[in-house]
Write a protein that binds this ligand. Structure first.
Ligand code: MN
Length: 756
């Protein structure tokens, strides 16, 4: 064999010395799984990797060789694979990133290793390079590539190391990588029984996708640790004593819950941290007297524990008689703890524990020397059977993946296989708007997994969605009830608005023409008479209904002659209160004074509806009041409108001091269905992804819809403006607080521009 060592120039540099240290580390960590005679292979692979990546640095600034060595370490010490896999891990980026070809690899290392490297190069093409990924393609890819499941295992190790070093990546890449990790890699690790890798991937992904959530839960865990340990000790002591007396060698500890799993439970069960965290789980890992009786010993331990604590009926999970599909073996039970709380107890032998943490790869450690990788081959076969199972079509296969998804998000595919992330319970219509607002506006139906469904069909992770459009489609108001995303909601609102604007203009023209025919000058007073007759509350509503033909003006003449009967005033939940002291008679109502005077100082209460004035409510542009704000009304003496200002608005203060007679006290009523427009201005230090972070926060606030967002950057500083619809001040303040927590955001303020 032509040793590559001789082909490589061996000038010793700092990098070489550094690499040599890495190599020693690697050898130390793989001694358990690699026989002496195989070390030569590891050395050879290491040398080629070192040579081919020479001079190249990772994003973190370290020499590139650190990465393949770390991946190799994971492969051996965390997954338990042997020399061939270690060599492949060392070489995994060589063909993709360097001058060396697959033929070179085959020439130096033979067919087996070359085929694994080939698989790794291809798999990274599928996972990383293309954004598109389709359920069926994904399964096919796994099928072809899992000819040797080591490909997938090494890929998982590769991803784990990339996630551990994700810090040095730019933010937008971080989010993409973290997203793929939770969607594909963590479930894959779960499927393969690699529990600890799965958990680490989930936690790391959460850390980058929702850093605040991650930090918050991490902190809470820390704060509660001591108390929890005390509870565990209290529960464990009698068990320790009893098992000890029965000569059982074991470890007992509280099963640590991962940050992700806590968060996931909080989301899916909709319960607070404390409730998730309170559920205690204890794990007992024992050393069997001899391997033959380990199952019997599980039951012995079960029996000893249930002598102390009462078991919950029907809560035995026997995965020792029939292990889970991913190889998991254990006996679970739930018992009543000393403080009246249920405690889950997991009983495993050391072998079972290792399988639970490290997957099937742990099996062959127990089958003695010599069997080596042939035991692994059996495992590979098992995985292949699982993947090839005709009963599990591609989507069902992905079902298993879905279990581990964010509770709050679903991932769906376009017909071309592009992956889209939407909030949970998003509908086909949300999907349409996510692609483009025009697609949404023209949508008439959808095909989900090739089946026709209505637009309000609730999507599930893994669905492939095709939107059917028609140019004849008209936006409907009910659509607002069929969508979940802020994007869809604001697009629909905008489209409806644009449409109404046309109709209002049309209606206004019709009314004015008609009035002119009747020789009546259009005025606020005329409108005031007309509005209640047609049972509408605003001018625009009237115009719009005229414009669309709902209101006919045939009896307009009659109406104008008739006297107005007043109705309850409810404009967007706002009620106008009138002075009790100005106890008007019916007569006065019949002939209303044009310049009715209100006093700000008078105690005002909400009066009986029959005495309400018909007025139009307008919101002052200068201060944009929203429900919950302290407000005052200014009754313009010339027109019938009441203009609502914030009480602290400088314009309002001026009005109060100069025209106090026209100030009316107003009070917000129901705020439930109201959305009001609010403006925020924000600024901070620009970084990639900041806009995405901001919109993500806004769109996760359920009660907020974005109307307009505008962000401008110059010299590394960004300034932006957001217009959004909120229900009340509390929602708005929450939002402001959350946005201000985003990294880079310097200030967020509600915009209360003063313009005359
Ligand atoms: Mn890599």
């Amino acid at each position: 064999m032509s040793g590559i060592i001789t082909d490589i120039k061996t000038n010793i540099t700092d990098e070489d010395a550094y690499a040599e240290k890495l190599y020693e580390d690697l050898i130390a960590s793989c001694s358990q799984h690699v026989k002496k005679k195989d070390l030569k292979l590891v050395r050879k692979a290491f040398d080629l990797a070192k040579e081919s990546h020479k001079g190249v640095k990772r994003k973190s600034g370290e020499p590139y060789i650190v990465h393949p060595v770390e991946v190799a370490k994971i492969v051996t010490s965390e997954i338990g694979l042997g020399a061939v896999s270690i060599a492949c891990a060392l070489l995994h980026d060589v063909v993709e990133d360097t001058e060396y070809t697959l033929e070179d690899i085959e020439h130096f290392f033979g067919e087996k290793i070359a085929s694994i490297i080939d698989g790794l190069t291809k798999i990274s093409g599928v996972f990383d390079k293309r954004s598109s990924l389709q359920a069926e393609n994904f399964r096919k890819m796994l099928l072809t590539l899992s000819d040797d499941v080591r490909v997938i295992l090494i890929k998982l190790a590769d991803r784990l190391h990339n996630m551990r070093t994700l810090e040095s990546m730019p933010t937008n890449k971080q989010l993409k990588i973290a997203g793929e990790t939770i969607y594909l890699y963590a479930p894959l690790a779960h499927r393969l029984g690699l529990y600890s890798i799965k958990t680490e991937l989930e936690d790391l992904s959460l850390k980058y996708r929702h850093p605040n959530v991650f930090d918050e839960i991490a902190l809470k865990i820390k704060d509660n640790e001591k108390k929890r340990q005390q509870e565990i000790n209290r529960f464990s002591l009698p068990i320790i004593e009893k098992l000890g007396r029965n000569n059982i060698k074991f470890d007992i500890n509280g099963r640590p819950k991962s940050i992700f799993s806590i968060w996931n439970k909080m989301q899916t069960k909709n319960i607070p941290f404390e409730e998730v965290y309170d559920l205690m789980a204890i794990r007992i890992v024992f050393k069997p007297l001899n391997p033959e009786i380990e199952k019997a010993q599980c039951w012995q331990i079960y029996s000893l524990i249930t002598d102390i604590y009462t078991p919950k009926p029907d809560r035995i999970r026997d995965w020792i008689s029939s292990p889970k599909a991913n190889g998991y073996e254990a006996l679970h039970t739930t018992v009543m703890g000393p403080n009246g709380k249920w405690v889950e107890v997991q009983i495993r032998s050391q072998r079972m524990d290792e399988i639970a943490e490290r997957g099937f790869a742990a099996h062959w450690k127990y089958k003695g020397e010599g069997s080596g990788e042939s035991e692994l081959d059996k495992w590979i076969k098992k995985i292949r059977i699982m993947l090839e199972n005709p009963n599990s079509d591609a989507l069902e296969f992905l079902d298993e993946f879905k279990m581990n998804l964010f509770a709050a998000e679903i991932m769906v595919f376009t017909p071309k296989g592009d992956l889209k992330t939407l909030p949970k319970y998003s509908t086909a219509l949300d999907f349409a708007y996510d692609i483009h607002s025009e697609i949404g506006n023209k949508a008439i139906g959808a095909k989900v997994n090739h089946k026709l469904v209505p637009l309000n069909y609730v999507l599930r992770s893994g669905d492939q969605v095709e939107i059917i459009t028609s140019n004849k489609q008209k936006i409907q108001k009910e659509w607002l009830e069929h969508v979940k995303t802020a994007k869809a909601k604001s697009s629909i609102t905008d489209a409806i608005k644009a449409e109404t604007k046309d109709r209002i203009q049309k209606g206004k023209t019709i009314l004015e023409t008609k009035l002119r025919e009747l020789k009546v000058q259009p005025s606020g007073r005329v409108l005031k008479k007309v509005l209640p007759e047609f049972e509408v509350v605003t001018k625009d509503e009237l115009y719009s209904k005229i414009g669309s033909g709902i209101i006919k003006l045939d009896n307009l003449r009659k109406i104008l002659k008739k006297n107005t009967k007043n109705k309850i005033i409810r404009y967007w939940g706002l009620q106008i209160a009138k002075s009790t002291t100005s106890n008007k008679t019916k007569k006065e109502n019949i002939a209303p004074k044009r310049k009715q005077k209100f006093s700000y100082k008078d105690p005002l209460i909400i009066k009986d509806s029959s005495e309400k004035e018909q007025v139009n409510i307008e919101f002052a542009k200068c201060c944009n009041p929203i429900p919950g704000d302290e407000v005052i009304g200014y009754k313009n003496p010339d027109i019938d409108d009441v203009l609502i200002h914030k009480a602290k608005c400088p314009n309002a203060i001026e009005l109060m001091s100069k025209e106090g007679n026209y100030i009316v006290r107003v009070k917000w009523t129901s705020q439930k269905y109201l959305s009001s427009l609010a403006k925020l201005s924000l600024s901070g230090i620009d970084r990639i992804g900041i806009a995405a972070d901001i919109t993500a926060i806004i769109s996760t606030e359920l009660s907020v819809n974005i109307r307009k967002i505008f962000i401008e950057t110059h010299d590394g500083i960004f300034e932006g403006e957001i217009e959004l619809y909120v229900h009340n001040v509390t929602d708005l303040n929450n939002l402001i607080m959350n946005i201000s927590k985003i990294k880079g955001v310097d200030s967020v303020k509600r915009k209360e521009e003063i313009s005359k």
